[in-house]
Design a protein. Structure first.
Lengths: 291, 214
């Protein structure tokens, strides 16, 4: 295990290297490609949940996945950090390249992948530990023992997650005592503490009230200067507010075999998808006409 | 597949019906105004004033419905493009009907015998052309046909030529000065009506988007 982890760290180009490259100043141009999904199909046993998804995700952008329930958007999100590996019977066909290297290559450790590509889930899931320990958890696992360094990381991560001012006087209180919105920001701070390259968010605001939702959206816009974000959302207004690009997934039904599978229908700049979608299925969905 | 958001759909259809009504009033009254001017029939002026009252009540009604739907329905894609386009063409329609009324009002001051045969011919031609342009613009809106913009821009050049010809005829001294002065305004009204038709057709390009119509 240790060996393969070492290997992947050297195999995958480091984000620091990419960060040293010239910044893409023109936001209308696509930046560095972070993910390149190539004809990805996902299976749960013999059930093909997603078919032939190809798309690129770019650095320092927020990419939103939208679509009706069962369209496979969460499944595709989970292929980006190999979370589906944890589901027995699940397998992926096709390939996902991360910074030009295959994520599903033989030598690649899923655990190392997940260190670089963090995830925030729908339901805030703080560990039953103090606020401080929640954030310090990842760095400690990565071997950070220096108290001063840890303090620094905890403060920086909580500041990035716009939670510092609210919790700085009670870092030793349990993370479970926070409100829903605070708990979700704590989970984001926990994800940022290990300085990932990418943050995947699976409906991060669906359990939150509008004020907490605004706080998370502001924070997404703040941190996208340093990270690349992919978000699954059922809230289309959220997609229009925060994302640079939007991918619309839908369900394809096969009447003959009575099966359904998720497909990527349209992918483009968020303004184009919501102002002038090129596919009639996208129009039907974003205007709320689809039944 | 069930169509959802039927309330919004009904509201949009209601707005479209009223917009079409405005288009029809401009196109129909334009022909009447030219006819009144050339025949000296000032009865039309009264009819057009009544129409103006209808437009004055329709205009805020449509505007209010559009505002409400943008605010409450969070429209996107073709729904949003439609509502924004309505807001943009409404002033064109209102202004155009004013111009039509202004032309008709000249029937009071100008007797058709006051016009030189050449001026009369040009006015007739301008009236026909601009009526035609407005029919095309209405049709383009109704069909969401973005190709009309280029077509109408071409016809507008023809309009500009007719305008220049009429001004030259008025400047030639073949009519009395008061008639020439009034007719200079009329020439300008027709020319502006052509421009408004072009503007409407241009708005249809955004309205139509890249999807074929439903």
């Amino acid at each position: 295990m240790e060996d393969s982890e070492q290997k992947v760290v050297t195999n995958l180009p480091r984000s620091e290297v990419a960060a040293a490259q010239p910044a893409q100043s023109d936001a209308s141009e696509a930046g560095t490609e972070i993910f390149g999904a190539k004809k990805v199909s996902c299976y749960y046993g013999s059930f093909r949940a997603v078919t032939d998804v190809s798309l690129q995700i770019y650095e320092h952008e927020i990419t939103a996945f939208i679509g009706p329930s069962g369209c496979g958007k969460t499944t595709v999100l989970r292929t980006l950090n190999r979370m589906n590996d944890l589901v027995s019977g699940a397998h992926v066909e096709g390939d996902v390249e991360y910074r030009g290297a295959s994520l599903y290559g033989k030598d690649v450790s899923a655990i190392a992948v997940r260190r670089r590509i963090g995830m925030v889930f729908q339901k805030p899931n703080p560990f039953p530990k103090s606020i401080y320990d929640n954030v310090a958890y990842g760095p400690r696992i990565n071997g950070e023992r220096n108290k001063g360094k840890l303090n620094e990381i905890v403060e920086r991560s909580l500041r990035q997650a716009a939670l510092w001012d609210e919790v700085k006087d009670r870092l030793n209180n349990s993370g479970l005592g926070l409100s829903g919105g605070q708990a979700q920001r704590l989970c984001i701070a926990r994800t940022l503490a290990v300085e990932p390259d990418v943050v995947l968010m699976d409906e991060p605001c669906s359990a939150l009230d509008p004020i907490a939702t605004s706080a998370i959206e502001d924070l997404m816009r703040d941190i996208k200067q340093r990270y690349t974000i992919v978000i699954v959302t059922h809230n289309m207004q959220q997609a229009t507010r925060v994302s640079d690009r939007t991918a619309f997934f839908s369900v394809l039904r096969n009447e003959e075999s009575d099966t359904r599978t998720g497909v990527l229908v349209e992918y483009g700049r968020t303004q184009q998808i919501f102002e002038d979608p090129h596919d009639d299925r996208t129009r039907a969905y974003v205007t709320g006409r689809m039944g | 597949m069930a169509e959802h958001r039927q309330d919004l759909q009904r509201e949009l259809e209601g707005i479209e019906a009223k917009v079409i009504e405005l288009f029809a009033m401009v196109a129909e009254d334009l022909a009447r105004a030219t006819d009144a001017l050339l025949s000296g029939n000032n009865e039309v002026v009264k009819v057009l004033a009544e129409r103006e009252a209808v437009i004055e009540s329709l205009y805020p009604e449509i505007e209010e419905t559009v505002n409400r739907n943008i605010l409450l329905q969070a429209p996107v894609a073709s729904d949003l493009r439609f509502l924004l386009s309505v807001l943009r063409i409404m002033p064109e329609l209102e202004r155009s009907h004013d111009l039509v009324e202004n032309i008709a009002r000249r029937a009071d001051h100008i007797l058709s015998d006051d016009l030189s045969p050449r001026a009369r011919g040009i006015v007739e031609r301008m009236g026909e052309l601009v009526s035609d342009m407005w029919r095309q613009a209405s049709e383009a809106w109704y069909q969401r046909d973005s190709s009309a913009a280029a077509l109408l821009a071409e016809r507008d050049e023809e309009m500009d030529e007719l305008h220049a010809s009429l001004i030259a005829e008025l400047a030639s001294g073949s009519m009395t000065l008061p008639v020439a002065m009034e007719m200079t305004l009329v020439a300008r009204f027709y020319e502006r009506l052509g421009d408004h038709a072009v503007n409407v057709a241009r708005r249809v390009v955004y309205l139509a988007g890249s999807l074929p119509p439903d």
